[in-house]
Every structure is written in C-alpha cells, then in structure tokens.
Design a protein around this ligand. Structure first.
Ligand code: C5P
Length: 314
C-alpha cells in the first residue's frame, strides 16, 4: 500500500516568437505556423488526494479572474484523465499562478498540463507523455506545448509540435497587463481586417516571401539575440492593437527603453521585449516600469522545460 502524498507540478508559460495564421477552418480554428518558447514564469499545481471529488482553488496573479468550478481547465483535465483511464480517485488542486490570465501566454493551458501530470502521478495512471499530450490537445490548443516546453514549431491549431533546436539563453522583458484579451475575439478581428469572412476553401497558410517561422528557427540556432530580434513576428499584433490601441504604446515603450525588438505574445496583451543579456534586460525593465507602460514588468529567460514534478512528499 502506498502512502497518501501530495504531488507538486510546475508548468511554464510561453511566448510566441513568430505567429502566422491562415483563414478560419470550418471548425472555427485558424491554421497556425508558430514558434513557441517556454519561459521562466510558472504555474504550480499542488494535487492532494480526496475521497472522490475533484475541486480547485487558485492563488497568485489574477486568481480572482480564474473560475473555481467545472470550467476551470485544471479541473477539466482531471475529469478527462479520470474518465479515460477509469480510475476512481479524487483530487484537490491548488493552483499558484504567475502567468497572467488571458495574457497570450497560455496560463490556463499550463494549469491543464500541470494538472494532467500531477493527477497521472497521484492516481498512478501511468500514461506516456504522448498520451497526456493527446488528452491535453482536447482541452486546448496550447496544452501540448505546456507539456513539452523548450522551443517548438506549432502547426495545425498550434497543437501539432515539432521540437526546435535552440542554443543559448534568451532574456525577455514581459509587459503584463491586469486585463486580458479574448483569443477568439482577436482572431475574429484578424478575419475582419483581412476580409476573411467566408470559410476558406483551403486550409493552407498563405505563403509570403520567406517564412517567419523559418527565420526564427534559424535564429534560435545562432544563439544571437540580435539575429532573433530581426525574426520576431506576430500576425495577430495588428488585430490586438485594433481592439486595444494602447498596445501600440507598449510596443513603442519597449523600443524607447532600448529593447532589441518587441513582439506581442500569442493573442496578447502581453508584450515580450528581447534584451541582449541579463543586465540589459534589467535596464530595459527599469525604463519600462518608469514609463508605466504596463501593470507589471517582469524579466524572464527561455527556453525552459515543460510540465514536471518539482517535489513529491512521501
Ligand atoms: O483551443 P484554445 O482554447 O486554446 O483556443 C481558444 C479559442 O481561440 C478557440 O476556440 C478559437 O476560437 C481560437 N483559436 C483559433 N485558432 C487557433 C487557436 C485558437 O481560432 N489556432
């Protein structure tokens, strides 16, 4: 008989170094080509066994905007794992948030990824990482990347991953807002800007000259932040600025603060500004804080590993 124990799992937030989106498919999703990088901002999920119920509480950044009912992604993850494996365990999940809510950094997906790993351990369901990733993709397009971490090319809904080799450590300054953007609304704005109102005949991503993802993949091998700075690109930026014009000021503030380049993460509103090294990141962050461009300015590094247990107390 095993001892009752807690499982603590950490999963990283992500930023998108490039993001190209095609017209919407029949299922409403937009085919993506994106390069993700996991950064050192984490969601932590503490899983404790219960008699049978699945419950959640949330602490930390933006916790008051996270539902504590069945719609919580970590709760959905636990239910899905229980349903598919047929175990009868219960769990109490305590989420400690660092990743901004609805910030374009996949915080909710990181909660789901961490909950999957934690419950798989707690209930001894023994699923492979690939099986967890398949379950994760049912919960949200960004969950597989929160499981995988590091740097990866995401295609399809962003959930089909190809690991990308990356050399060196990149230093980022994140301008975080205390309000969120709805991903579907940002994609709808993109469609409106492009006039893509009709469902596309083809699911192909329109080809422009070169490939934004290809440029980022090459840059990550160079280990040179100046090369990566030139490759950063997000096609959702204009749409997000259309919805919240003040985001243009945040990007401009990063530029004025001496960042090598700045880019919107995912559907925003978080802006990621690239620095040369740690001292430069501290300096850019200091200037951006002074400019009051965002509710919070954080310094992080990437790439970082995906969801994994940090302690298991016997
Ligand atoms: O699957 P996920 O919960 O991450 O996505 C939230 C919503 O964002 C989707 O329901 C969809 O409206 C939009 N989305 C999209 N294309 C993607 C990913 C998300 O249109 N590739």
């Amino acid at each position: 008989m095993r001892l009752v124990r807690d499982v603590r799992v950490r999963a990283p937030g992500k930023i998108n170094l490039s993001l190209t989106a095609g017209p919407p498919r029949e299922d409403g999703y937009h085919p993506l080509e994106t390069v993700f990088q996991a950064v050192s901002l984490y969601e932590e999920v503490l899983a404790r066994p219960t008699g049978g119920e699945i419950a959640v509480e949330t602490r930390g950044r933006g916790a008051d905007r996270v539902p504590d009912d069945e719609t919580n992604l970590a709760v959905r993850a636990a239910h899905l794992l229980r349903e598919r494996t047929g175990v009868d365990g219960g769990v109490h999940l305590t989420i400690t948030k660092q990743v901004p809510v609805a910030g374009g950094m996949a915080g909710g997906s990181a909660d789901a990824a961490a909950a999957l790993v934690a419950c798989d351990d707690l209930w001894e369901t023994g699923l492979s990482r690939a099986a967890l990733s398949e379950l994760g993709a049912e919960l949200g397009a960004d969950v597989p990347f929160a499981l995988a971490g590091m740097s990866a090319l995401g295609t399809d809904r962003g959930d089909v991953l190809t690991p990308v080799m990356s050399r060196g450590t990149y230093h980022w300054v994140l301008a975080v807002q205390d309000w969120g953007l709805s991903t579907p609304e940002v994609f709808a704005e993109l469609d409106a800007l492009r006039g893509d109102v009709a469902v596309a005949e083809t699911q192909a991503i329109p080809r422009r000259e070169g490939s934004a993802a290809g440029d980022v993949v090459a840059a990550l091998l160079s280990a040179d932040p100046l090369v990566l700075a030139r490759a950063l690109h997000n096609e959702l930026e204009e749409a997000a600025i259309g919805l919240r014009p003040e985001l243009a000021d945040v990007l401009a503030a990063a530029d004025r603060a001496g960042a090598l380049a700045a880019v919107l993460s995912g559907s925003g509103p978080t802006v990621a500004a690239l620095a040369l090294d740690a001292p430069h990141a501290a300096s850019v962050a200091g200037v951006m804080r002074g400019a009051e461009a965002a509710a919070d300015v954080l310094v992080v590094t990437g790439p970082m590993p995906g969801a994994r247990a940090v302690t298991a107390v016997g």
